[in-house]
Design a protein around this ligand. Structure first.
Ligand code: PLP
Length: 372
């Protein structure tokens, strides 16, 4: 029998094993931070920003960004309705209220006009997400931010290696945030990074993530009650090795998408990830939206691919305003494109180990399922 095809998974080589082994042996005492420092420096250089801070997750990076911007109870933060819950949950951690705006039907990212329509006198930040590696209209978002004086946090968790007008994902907001969860293009098992060009924000974040003390403090006179969000040196060693292979990893993601595109594009009833002119998509997840006329909702498609063909896929994110966590808080989705796309999409197997022959099998299986 054919081996089950997983939906995601990393690429680990001798280099990663070598760096992690060295860290577990040597990164202690006064050398405890050597891998974190190398990883952060290399990461900032790759993204093209001044500062980066390694963290235990992307969720903690968003939490710290909101806290450092002073977001508090009574404030509203706009976030696209279709994204992983981690983009929005930290808004509640600081006691603020999420406001869910619609997505663009082409890029699947935040719809700028819808975001503008959500702005009130209480809006204190916008979180824009580079969904599945695709890029929103960053020029229009920058203009919106400028017009209303509202800072934007860029959730680039799914977009390492993506570009907009030649600039890398993670360099557009006041802060960019990344995830190194096991399913992501670059992994440290669990982990995250925050990028910024603002020295003030960088200093505040370093302070907040270490129980409210200034870096190097040994007197234990903490100035504020804050958080403990640090990445271990073993994770940083793994991340550094992955980052040294970033071009290879992004190239593979793009290759996987090209296999799907060759066999699935040009069929009126399917739409795939887009790559508008002047952008580069790093295709974290190759995804398809099935036209509603085919009457093939995502959950049925996923089950049939799994049961009949041994293929693991995932549902496209449902609108957050329609899932139990937010419905029970009184949210109710009114976002048209979020509702349409959220029901009809799936993520295809996009792991870094996927072979061309497996992608072909996925395409044939998918077409057979939707044919009946
Ligand atoms: C994975 C992901 C996160 C959260 O990352 P963690 O490292 O698991 O906290 C946040 N936002 C988006 C869009 C993600 O895909």
């Amino acid at each position: 029998m054919r081996k089950r095809i997983p939906v995601a998974g990393p690429s680990i080589t001798e280099l990663e094993i070598e760096y992690v082994s060295d860290a577990v042996e040597n990164a202690w005492y006064s050398d405890a931070n050597i891998y974190n420092e190398r990883f952060e420096k290399a990461f900032a250089e790759y993204i093209g920003v001044e500062y980066s801070v390694s963290l235990p997750s992307c969720t903690s990076a968003i939490h710290l960004a909101l806290a450092a911007l002073g977001i508090k109870p009574g404030n509203e933060v706009i976030v696209p309705d279709v994204t992983w819950i981690a983009s929005a949950a930290p808004i509640s951690y600081v006691g603020a209220t999420p406001v869910f705006c619609d997505i663009d039907p082409e890029t699947w990212c935040i719809d700028v006009a819808s975001a503008e329509a959500c702005i009130t006198k209480n809006t204190k930040a916008i979180i824009a997400v580079d969904l599945y590696g695709g890029m929103p209209e960053w020029d229009a978002l920058a203009a919106l931010s400028e017009k209303y004086g509202i800072p934007i946090i860029e959730d680039a968790a799914e977009a390492i290696g993506s570009e907009y007008h030649g600039k890398k994902a993670g360099s557009f907001g006041v802060a960019g945030v990344f995830s190194f969860h096991g399913s992501k293009t670059v992994t440290t098992g669990e982990g995250g990074m925050l990028t910024t060009n603002s020295r003030d924000l960088f200093i505040r974040i370093c302070f907040l993530r270490d129980h409210g003390r200034v870096p190097g403090d040994t007197s234990f006179q903490n100035a504020e009650v804050a958080y403990k969000y640090k990445m271990s040196s073993l994770q940083a060693a793994l991340g550094l090795a992955q980052l040294e292979r970033i071009d290879e990893l992004v190239t593979k993601k793009r290759k996987v998408f090209s296999w799907y595109e060759r066999q699935l594009s040009g069929r009126g009833f399917l739409s795939l990830n887009v790559e508008p002119e002047n952008t580069k998509n790093s295709y974290w997840m190759s995804s398809v939206i099935i036209s509603p006329e085919l009457k093939c909702p995502k959950q049925e498609l996923i089950e049939r691919l799994r049961n009949e063909f041994g293929i693991d896929s995932r549902p496209f994110f449902s609108p957050l305003s329609a899932i139990p966590a937010y419905r029970q808080l009184g949210f109710n989705s009114v976002n048209r494109h979020a509702n349409l796309i959220g029901k009809q999409g799936i993520n295809l197997p996009s792991g870094l180990q996927l072979k061309e022959e497996e992608a072909s099998y996925v395409c044939e299986s998918l077409l057979r399922v939707i044919a009946n």
